[in-house]
Design a binder for this molecule. Structure first.
Ligand SMILES: [Mn+2]
Length: 368
């Protein structure tokens, strides 16, 4: 398991590479070029500059999150071929810069959705939260305004202004798109990009929908075990993988996250895992809690153990963290609580390693 940390670049992050480097166990950065619109080719020079900056601090840049998929591809419009060609070219450029994993998602119109970016917990920390009733009665355009106004001045990944401006038209276009259509459009996309990724030794890693259910009547398919299985089989290649995100899938209590982790890790389809906890209420609302198992609804120990038992060699990052100790940062992406989360994950991992080593030693003694 290689531990990583998402970073938005020196111009757009409150956290510095120097700070990240001091977190024990850091392998590298999960980076991106967040100003490039979906569908455009990422210039090789820009990728190399980012890599140079990260390497200068002794950190790796093996993962990109995310190369966004143009809406026309998700909609299956005739214009998609042009955007798919651009995506293929971006894959080639990323490979030239030594990137190993590309995270992406296939969510129509919206990326992740929350009703609150700074819900206050009893201990005074603030977290991202989701109240079903609030989401169900809010006008999507009001939701966008709310998100913009409470992001502490940062742009949020997946909520880029260029994307959101086209929202009305997007709703129109999705009116008759079913989940089956979306599967077909994903298959069309994967059939074109996976061979390019495979040729360049890059793993494509689709991120689950967050939350994993339909919102505002829009179709969503990256939501549960069955659908994930179907997706990795759409194109059967080691390059067609998952960014298995415990918190996104885990917002639906019917998703057995340790079992899902175990299955896809054992068939080598998790190049990248996001691990965080989430506390689900009886009515289906949820808040993002600290990583500790007892603070949320997910058993983080069992999730890490599922990866450990299956000899996981991929990348992990703590997903979001709470805002604690008065930190001002992009919601979910502060330094302190994500660093605490990393120490919890590494603590579990190291304990499992120790137990394994002791077992092997005992076994060795028996055979002497
Ligand atoms: Mn995630």
């Amino acid at each position: 398991m290689k531990m990583t940390f998402r970073w938005f670049g020196s111009q757009d992050d409150s956290v510095t590479l120097d700070q990240i480097k001091q977190i024990p166990g850091m392998d590298g950065i999960v980076g991106g070029l967040h100003d490039i619109a979906a569908g455009e080719v990422w210039p090789l020079e820009r990728i190399l500059d980012l890599k140079k900056e990260v390497h200068a601090k002794g950190l790796n840049l093996d993962i990109i999150e995310s190369v966004n998929v143009h809406e026309d591809i998700k909609l299956g419009l005739p214009t998609r071929d042009h955007y798919i060609e651009n995506y293929q070219q971006t894959i080639r450029h990323l490979a030239q810069a030594g990137i190993k994993v590309i995270c992406y998602n296939f969510m129509p119109v919206f990326d992740w959705i929350r009703s609150d970016l700074a819900k206050v917990l009893p201990d005074g920390s603030t977290v991202l939260a989701y109240e079903k009733e609030k989401i169900e009665r809010v006008d999507p355009e009001v939701l966008i305004k709310n998100v913009e106004n409470s992001a502490n001045g940062f742009s949020l990944p997946g909520w880029e202004p260029e994307r959101i401006r086209k929202i009305k038209r997007a709703f129109e276009l999705y009116k008759d798109v079913t989940e089956e259509d979306l599967f077909e459009h994903l298959q069309y996309f994967l059939e074109k990009v996976i061979p390019v990724a495979e040729e360049h030794d890059i793993k494509m890693a689709i991120h689950p929908d967050d939350p994993p259910w339909s919102i505002f009547g829009l179709p969503r398919i990256v939501t549960n075990f069955q659908n994930l299985k179907r997706i990795v089989n759409l194109v059967d290649s080691p390059s067609n993988g998952l960014t298995l995100c415990s918190g996104s899938l885990g917002a639906n209590p019917n998703n057995d996250i340790p079992a899902i982790m175990r299955y896809f890790s054992s068939i080598n389809r998790i190049p990248f895992a996001h691990i965080r906890n989430v506390k689900i209420e009886e009515n289906g609302d949820f808040t993002e809690s600290s990583h500790r198992s007892s603070d949320g609804s997910l058993d983080i120990y069992e999730i890490v153990k599922a990866l450990h038992d299956t000899n996981f060699k991929g990348y992990v990052r703590p997903d979001h963290g709470r805002m604690i100790w008065g930190e001002q940062a992009r919601p979910g992406y502060g330094l302190y609580d994500r660093a605490l989360g990393i120490m919890y994950l590494l603590g579990i991992w190291d304990s499992l390693e120790k137990v394994k080593a002791q077992k092997n030693k005992k076994r060795g003694t028996l055979y002497l």
